[in-house]
Design a binder for this molecule. Structure first.
Ligand code: CP
Length: 299
C-alpha cells in the first residue's frame, strides 16, 4: 500500500526549479517519493497513479540517468511514455523549439520533461503549452530533480537535513546541480560550503547564504555530506584550471582525505562521474559512497 504523503498539497502545474519552492513543498515531494519507492521493490513494479496520462521526454542534450529514470518512473506509474531526440527530429529542418513542443502536445502529451542547454528553456515552454513542464536540467541554471534525489538520499542516510554541513565540491559556477542543491539544502536548514578553484567558485554565491572556500583539506573534516560535482572537461579548454591532474591533487576525494574526515561522511556525486578526477574508484565504490543510491532514488 502507498503511504499517505505530508499534508502540504502540491498545487503547482510545473516543476521548473527549487528556487521558487517552499521548504514545505520540497518536503512534500520527498515524502511522496518515499511512499512510492516501495513500488520499485515489488515483483510487479507498477501502480495505476498516471493511467491514461502521456509523458514525453524532450531531451536536447545527452543524458544517461535522468532520461531513463523519468522514462522508467512514468512506466511504473502506468503512464504512456515517449522519448524525443532532438538530433533526429525536424529541428534539423528548421522547426522551432516551441513548434516542436506544440506538435508533441497536439499528440496528447500531458507532461513534457525537458532538458535543454539554454537556461530558461523549460520556463519559456511553460508559457506556450498547456502541458505540465518538468525541468530535467536547463543549461547552468537548475536541475531540480537531481537536487530532489540528492536531498532524498541525504535524508535517508542521515535521517535529517536540518543542521547538516554539506560540501559541494568543484565546478560550482557552471553547475545546475549546484544551484538546485544550494536552494534545496538551504531551505531545509543545511549549512552549504562551496569549495573549488577560485575560477570555478565565484564569490557571489556568498550572497545566497553559502560559505565559499578553496581548500578542500580544511573543508572536508567539517562536512557530514560531500557532493563531488562533475568537472566539465570542456572547461579545461577555456583555461579555468591548469590540468585535470592538478584538479585531482587539490580537490579529488581520495581514501587518504576520507581518513581525515568524519567517519560517517556521506559521499555523493551526480554523475556521470570521472573516476580519478572528482574522486577515486576506491571512494566511488567504497562503503561511504551513495552514488548508486542516488540513481535508485532518482526513479
Ligand atoms: N546527473 C545527471 O543529470 O546525469 P545525466 O546527464 O546522465 O542525466
Amino acid at each position: 500500500m502507498i503511504a499517505p504523503v505530508s499534508p502540504t498539497a502540491w498545487t503547482r502545474k510545473h516543476l521548473l526549479g527549487l528556487e521558487d519552492l517552499s521548504a514545505a513543498e520540497i518536503v512534500a515531494i520527498l515524502d511522496t517519493a518515499e511512499s512510492f519507492s516501495e513500488v520499485s521493490k515489488r515483483s510487479r513494479k507498477k501502480v495505476p497513479a498516471l493511467t491514461g496520462r502521456v509523458v514525453f521526454n524532450l531531451f536536447f542534450e545527452n543524458s544517461t540517468r535522468t532520461r531513463t529514470s523519468f522514462s522508467l518512473s512514468a512506466k511504473r506509474l502506468s503512464a504512456d511514455t515517449q522519448d524525443f531526440s532532438a538530433s533526429v527530429s525536424s529541428l534539423t529542418k528548421g522547426e522551432t523549439f516551441i513548434d516542436t513542443a506544440r506538435n508533441i502536445e497536439a499528440m496528447g502529451a500531458d507532461v513534457l520533461v525537458v532538458r535543454h542547454p539554454t537556461p530558461g528553456a523549460p520556463h519559456l515552454l511553460s508559457q506556450h503549452v498547456r502541458a505540465s513542464i518538468i525541468n530535467a536540467g536547463d543549461g547552468a541554471h537548475e536541475h531540480p530533480t537531481q537536487a530532489l534525489l540528492d536531498l532524498l538520499t541525504i535524508r535517508r542516510a542521515k535521517g535529517k537535513i536540518d543542521g547538516l554541513t554539506v560540501g559541494l565540491i568543484g565546478d560550482i559556477g557552471h553547475s545546475r546541480v549546484a544551484r538546485s542543491n544550494i536552494w534545496g539544502l538551504l531551505k531545509l536548514g543545511a549549512k552549504v560550503i562551496l569549495c573549488g578553484p577560485p575560477t570555478l567558485v565565484p564569490r557571489g554565491f556568498e550572497r545566497l547564504g553559502c560559505e565559499v572556500a578553496h581548500h578542500l583539506d580544511d573543508v572536508l573534516p567539517r562536512c557530514d555530506v560531500v557532493n563531488a560535482l562533475r568537472i566539465q572537461r570542456e572547461r579545461q579548454e577555456r583555461g579555468l584550471f591548469p590540468s585535470l591532474n592538478e584538479y585531482f591533487q587539490l580537490y579529488g576525494i581520495t581514501g587518504e582525505r576520507l581518513a581525515r574526515a568524519k567517519p560517517d561522511l556521506l559521499v555523493l556525486a551526480p554523475g556521470p562521474i570521472n573516476r580519478g578526477v572528482e574522486l577515486t574508484t576506491e571512494v566511488a565504490d567504497g562503503p561511504q559512497s551513495a552514488i548508486l543510491d542516488q540513481v535508485t532514488n532518482g526513479v
